[in-house]
Write a protein that binds this ligand. Structure first.
Ligand SMILES: C[S@@+](CC[C@H](N)C(=O)[O-])C[C@H]1O[C@@H](n2cnc3c(N)ncnc32)[C@H](O)[C@@H]1O
Length: 205
């Protein structure tokens, strides 16, 4: 059974801020600094949708955003966000089931892949890849293990918690960077947060 983050929608942001402070938000603010005016953007797994308000703060108008979020509870919160004069198409489905025109300038996948199995990762990754125009950016952030004991502990705790509450599939991080390398993406920008446990990467192709 696929994970359902709806169960966690009402407390997700508070919990993430309790554990990670401003790191989750700052990671995504770093990525958003790469968005240019009038970009056509695909956001996948935006959770409660606060990223839409941050994008609107940077670009009050002119963006064309397709916002794909599979959890109905998350989507309901996202649709209440201030989007200024940007154009947002909300799609409440799993991205791999959605047919879209392949003309995006940028994709944003914030903490989307960490709870996927290798198989789901490949399916979802290949689908998003197919929707990006040549010369586009892929803004991705996620957890990584850099050898510190507390990272392993925190990651295992998160997997256990979200398996119980939301039914996530994974029990270890899938090989996210391998997917980007296999499709010849280059790293254009990179920043680490929370003592290296979180990595934000700007990929281009
Ligand atoms: C770990 S949460 C991250 C939420 C948000 N990006 C944040 O940083 O707070 C992952 C989100 O991705 C959504 N999601 C998972 N698989 C998805 C898929 N295949 N298509 C669209 N959304 C998906 C989940 O419902 C959940 O809201």
């Amino acid at each position: 059974m696929a994970a359902n983050f709806s169960n966690s929608a009402w407390f997700y942001d508070s919990l993430s801020r309790l554990v990670y402070g401003k790191a989750i938000v700052n990671t995504q603010l770093y990525l958003l600094s790469y968005i240019k005016p009038h970009n056509k953007i695909l956001i996948v797994g935006g959770g409660t949708g606060w990223i839409l308000e941050e994008l609107t703060r940077l670009h009050p108008s002119g963006l064309q955003i397709t916002y794909v979020e599979v959890a109905a509870g998350m989507m309901a919160l996202s649709q209440k966000r201030n989007i200024g004069n940007n154009q947002v198409t909300f799609i409440n489905d799993a991205i791999e089931n959605v047919t879209l025109v392949a003309d995006f300038n940028a994709a944003i996948t914030p903490f989307l892949f960490d709870n996927f199995t290798e198989r789901t990762l490949k399916t979802v990754f290949d689908h998003i890849h197919s929707l990006l125009k040549p010369g586009s950016l892929w803004l991705n952030c996620d957890f990584q293990l850099t050898g510190k004991w507390w990272q392993t502990f925190l990651l295992k705790s998160m997997f256990l918690f979200f398996r119980l509450i939301c039914g996530i599939e994974a029990s270890k991080l899938p090989k996210i960077t391998v997917c980007f390398h296999s499709k010849q993406y280059n790293i254009i920008g990179e920043k680490f947060f929370f003592s290296g446990f979180i990595v934000a990467r700007v990929y281009g192709r």
